[in-house]
Ligand binder design. Structure first.
Ligand SMILES: Nc1ncnc2c1ncn2[C@@H]1O[C@H](COP(=O)(O)OP(=O)(O)O)[C@@H](O)[C@H]1O
Ligand SMILES: O=P(O)(O)OC[C@H](O)CO
Length: 498
């Protein structure tokens, strides 16, 4: 029996999972780490926490599986995207905390890029927008604000990387500086049409090319782990940003197939095949995955707050004890109250792109309580997804299948209430697979594919298994009335800047 181990380095926790060659989960270890909010709108992680939780969950997962590192055929890595670290190539120490994808500190600079006309260039080359979400402006911020950083960067002393790159560097004992094309595609520095770092964008953002890692396919040789770390030298042979790994794990290999992952945020990706579809509806064009040097593209809708709004009910408002309490509360909510939560806690992502907007609750009465607020929270996930789907359908009118079944995954899909509301408000079936850990499965699959352990994509796709299909039951008039109320709530929440 061959085994694979996948690292899923997420926004709030790190998970490691041992899989057998049939991609069944044998063991899972998970560890949370601190979030740092040094100023309003800033979000940071300590890069050392990301590495140490990776190391300890790898060891814990192996121990739970009662296996040794030497029993593993390969490691796959998947990670929170865009979050970026800059470090010294000799000491291996980060020169500043990791700046997280949710961080808004470069909002003013992004506004400048819009005003001076650079956004069109960014969009045309990277498929992204001038938004603090992406790594490029955050790296520029580090080089401009950490004392001596710019001089060190220009002297070739520094390296940068998204979290896959940071972990590869650590696992290989500083020998390999590499990333995969999906992670590269989120930096705002990578030309998704040529598959290369882009000199013009590097110049625009004042980032020396010496900082950049080598870009590889998602299934490729990313180096061998230092044997001192896990007790054996293991090949790292699969890497993809978490949303791209989920596309693979959900076997969305055909153009027209779509997955939506509900974790901290929600990210819907529609496979558009070999064709990069230019969005006219405020979506992103990105890579779905890159295999054998061939790029497969996707349209992406990115929502910054999904499950994180449920966490806010638990940790901020303290009206629930655990996430699953929202189910009973939503069921008990007064049907005559129409409450909307616009969870713009860190601004609004697609399709609004309003970094300065902040969250709001509408329709409160003296009878509004935890039940109505919980229901509004679960509903906000459905409304935001409908915003994305409408934009995707408008953008991909040329595609063969524009109305497609949505494959969902991620922690929040445990909520049957939220999934039924999603199907209702989309007026489209929602498929929840048996394996909800699509992200880690995708990373393990990519590593196994490179090792010749896992089957080709067509065969792997046949093994995808349904847990439950949610079909719409809401009547059309109610659906449209509720959605119109949502659009109005969003309109009232937008900042004047957008
Ligand atoms: N039963 C549930 N109902 C509603 N939300 C849930 C439920 N279970 C988990 N969640 C939410 O799902 C998120 C965790 O999903 P996960 O995929 O682990 O996220 P991430 O990888 O972004 O850390 C949390 O934000 C949590 O609030
Ligand atoms: O860590 P997650 O699962 O919330 O995913 C984060 C995304 O990759 C950000 O783009």
């Amino acid at each position: 029996m061959a085994y694979l181990i996948a690292i899923d380095q997420g926004t709030t926790s790190t998970r490691s999972m041992v899989f057998n060659e049939r991609l069944q989960v044998i063991a899972l270890a998970q560890q949370e780490f601190p979030q740092y909010f040094p100023q309003s709108g800033w979000v940071e992680h300590d890069p050392e926490d990301l590495w140490q939780t990776t190391l300890s969950t790898l060891k814990a997962a192996l121990a739970k599986a009662q296996l040794e590192a030497a029993d593993m055929s390969a490691i796959g890595i998947t990670n929170q995207r865009e979050t970026v670290v800059v470090w010294d190539k000799d000491t291996g120490k980060a020169i500043y905390n990791a700046i997280v994808w949710q961080d808004r500190r470069t909002a003013d600079y992004c506004q400048e890029l819009k005003k001076n006309g650079s956004e069109a260039l960014i969009q045309q080359k990277t498929g992204l927008r001038a938004d603090p979400y992406f790594s490029g402006t955050e790296v520029r911020w580090i080089l401009n604000h950490v004392e001596g950083a710019r001089a060190q960067a220009e002297a070739g002393q520094l390296r940068m990387g998204t979290i896959d790159t940071w972990l590869i560097w650590q696992l290989t004992g500083g020998k390999v500086h590499a990333t995969d094309a999906t992670n590269a595609s989120r930096t705002m520095l990578f030309n998704i049409h040529t598959g290369q770092w882009d000199a013009e964008l590097l110049k625009l953002l004042e980032i020396p090319a010496s900082l950049l890692p080598e870009v590889k396919d998602c299934a490729a040789d990313f180096g061998i782990t230092d044997p001192a770390i896990l007790g054996a030298a293991l090949p790292i042979s699969g890497v993809a940003g978490d949303q791209h790994a989920a596309v693979v794990g959900q076997a969305c290999f055909q153009a027209g197939m779509m997955k939506s992952t509900y974790g901290t945020g929600c990210f819907a990706l529609l496979n558009t095949g070999a064709h990069a579809v230019n969005s006219h509806n405020n979506l992103l064009t990105t890579l779905a995955y890159q295999l054998n040097g061939q790029r497969t593209y996707a349209l992406e809708g990115s929502i910054f707050i999904a499950g994180a709004a449920v966490q806010w009910l638990r940790d901020g408002l303290k009206i629930i004890q655990k996430a699953s309490d929202t189910q009973a509360l939503a069921e008990a909510a007064d049907p005559n109250q129409t409450v909307y939560l616009v969870p713009a806690f860190v601004g609004l992502g697609a399709p609004y792109w309003d970094p300065e907007a902040r969250g709001a609750l509408y329709g409160l009465t003296r009878n509004t309580g935890p039940a109505e607020i919980s229901k509004a929270t679960l509903e906000s996930i459905g409304y935001q997804t409908r915003d994305l789907l409408q934009a995707m359908q408008a953008d991909s009118a040329g595609l063969k299948e524009t109305k497609t079944v949505l494959r969902v995954d991620g922690g929040m899909t445990a909520s049957t209430w939220a999934m039924q509301f999603l199907a209702d408000i989309l007026d489209s079936p929602v498929d929840r697979p048996q394996i909800l850990e699509s992200t880690a499965t995708g990373a393990a699959y990519l590593a196994g594919l490179q090792q010749g352990i896992c089957p080709a994509p067509e065969q792997f796709a046949k093994e995808w298994a349904l847990d439950q299909r949610f079909t719409p039951t809401m009547n059309q008039a109610t659906r449209e009335q509720k959605y119109a109320g949502w659009l109005d709530a969003v309109r009232r929440t937008r900042s004047s800047l957008a």
